[in-house]
Design a protein around this ligand. Structure first.
Ligand SMILES: O=C(O)CCC(=O)C(=O)O
Length: 206
């Protein structure tokens, strides 16, 4: 599962991969191209995608992406006023969870899936700092499908870093990453295809 061929690794290394702050790790070829494609198609067609809404200044607004939440029983997660109760792990998500636990040395009891349908789907600036998460969580973020820009911004200095998240790539955020940095996936100007992002997390079980 985790051994991309040399050619793919070379192609990925030559894409923009800036130096990241110490609590971020980026692995461009966690999955090889064939595997990324197969997992993308499987998740696209089997995940129970839903359209969530958030309240902004009293208005109910559709999130600019589709989402799904899978995990162990009790691993519920709340953000933007939306309560996510977990669906049971699918075989593919369970296999990914095991591979990511092995790779990162952390444990995950749930995964948030985001489907960006085109370039106008996006995620605004935020930190993964909800109360269900540890104060220094390790989050394993797997990208599949269309390449999208991921932006980091330091909360104090406002330093910003852009990263292109390739299909099959893994971004690990740990330690002080959520305390010190915000992140977002901005709207793209050009027409883009679909992308799935899966962030594996450990949330407190209530
Ligand atoms: O789509 C991404 O790469 C980021 C997802 C994200 O920020 C989140 O799930 O909190």
């Amino acid at each position: 599962m985790l051994e991309p061929n040399q050619e793919e690794m070379f192609a990925a290394e030559t894409r923009v991969a800036p130096e990241l702050p110490s609590d971020f790790e980026y692995e461009p070829c966690f999955l090889d191209a064939a595997e990324s494609k197969a997992i993308f198609s499987g998740l696209r067609s089997t995940v129970a995608w839903k359209q969530d809404h958030a309240s902004f200044f009293g208005r109910r607004v559709a999130l600019p992406r589709l989402t799904a939440w899978y995990g162990d029983p009790g691993s519920s997660y709340q953000y933007s006023g939306i309560v996510n109760d977990p669906l049971p792990w699918t075989e593919t998500l369970q296999r990914l969870r095991i591979a990511l636990q092995k790779r990162t040395g952390a444990r995950y009891n749930s995964v948030l899936l985001n489907l960006y349908r085109d370039g106008s789907d996006r995620m605004g600036w935020h930190r993964d700092s909800e109360r269900e998460l540890d104060s220094a969580p390790t989050i394993a973020s797997l990208s599949l499908g269309e390449v999208r820009r991921f932006r980091l911004r330091h909360r104090r200095t406002r330093e910003s870093i852009d990263l292109e998240l390739l299909s099959g790539s893994l971004l690990v955020m740990k330690g002080r990453s959520q305390r010190d940095w915000e992140h977002c996936v901005p709207k793209a100007k050009q027409a883009l295809g679909e992308r799935i992002n899966a962030t594996f997390r450990w949330v407190g079980v209530g």
